[in-house]
Design a protein around this ligand. Structure first.
Ligand SMILES: [Zn+2]
Length: 306
């Protein structure tokens, strides 16, 4: 079972959570065993189905309006494992069963099973313990996905983020500590829906500065992409538009180059060194648009860079 908001988000390609400290969209918290249907649930599922069928042209505002996502905490060891396995099943569909992420999470599940006695002991003393493990997993995967979106070269992506060895060691030594962000606490104390866009400053496990900076970078979306610049269906942004000569030849806007991610992929990050060009395309001059179009043509003709 997965919440309506999450289904919507994933259907529209919103996989990562762009709000620091708040699991959203494709998160382990959203996958759990279905509960018996009660009251209005059946209707809600029906509505969702209709929206999805007719929903291809919905504006981002409408999608945001239906983004409400709530989740419940895992209450025991089996519930936690069950959620991770369902989540990883979805990972297999989204990223392929052979992807690094799926393999790493499979390894994590095996390791958690190996340490089930210690985990259950900790869980009996701390009712949030299973939630904390899930949150630690979720935070790491989300950071890694953001890295995958940010870096132009695959080898720049920090795969250590989804190496769960350290997490397992901490669990095995009973040294695993993490503070849950307030969005979780609100659920348990007041039974209210978490304020999804509440930018909280409370942080999780101790982190180095650089990691913290990465976590706090915010994705920015180009809501009004210029159609001729959009990535084609069969194209891979990194392969087609990145790499040595291509990066050098990008045309200029004011004091920076024109950001390819912003214009071609339709999103970028607030730590980009071309943020000055993260503006509606109407602010580019006709010459700049022509130059950018020609640069795209040059990249396409130059072929894959890898
Ligand atoms: Zn950018």
């Amino acid at each position: 079972m997965i919440s309506e908001g999450a289904v919507n988000a994933i259907y529209h390609g919103e996989i990562v959570s762009t709000t620091p400290n708040t699991p959203k969209n494709h998160t382990a918290f959203n996958y759990r065993e279905a509960e018996p249907m009660q009251g209005t649930q059946a209707e809600r599922f029906l509505v969702l189905h209709m929206e999805t069928v007719n929903g291809k042209a919905r504006s981002s505002e409408e999608i945001k309006a239906s983004m409400a996502q709530t989740y419940t905490m895992p209450m025991d060891f089996n519930d936690m494992i069950d959620r991770i396995e369902r989540y990883n099943g979805a990972n297999g569909i989204i990223f392929s069963p052979e992807s690094l992420l799926v393999k790493r999470i499979e390894t994590l599940v095996n390791a958690l099973q190996d340490h089930r006695i210690q985990i259950k002991a900790c869980g009996s003393m701390d009712e949030e313990y299973y939630t904390k493990i899930l949150y630690a997993l979720d935070t790491r995967v989300n950071l890694w996905l953001l890295e995958c979106m940010e870096h132009e070269n695959r080898e720049d992506v920090n795969d250590n983020l989804i190496d769960f060895g350290q997490l397992i060691t901490q669990i095995a030594l009973r040294d695993f500590r993490i503070d849950l962000p307030p969005c979780f606490k609100m659920i348990t104390t007041t039974k209210k829906r978490p304020a999804a866009d509440d930018n909280t400053t409370s942080n999780a496990a101790p982190r180095t500065n650089s990691k913290k900076q990465k976590e706090n970078k915010v994705m920015v979306r180009n809501e009004n992409q210029y159609a001729p610049f959009k990535l084609k269906n069969n194209e891979h942004y990194r392969d087609t538009f990145c790499g040595g000569e291509k990066a050098k030849k990008r045309p200029m806007f004011k004091s920076t180059q024109i950001c390819g991610k912003w214009n071609i992929q339709g999103y970028c990050f607030d730590n980009c060194n071309m943020t000055e060009s993260h503006v509606p395309h109407s602010e580019y001059s006709a010459e700049q648009k022509v130059a950018f179009g020609e640069w795209m043509k040059f990249c396409r003709e130059a072929g894959g860079s890898k």
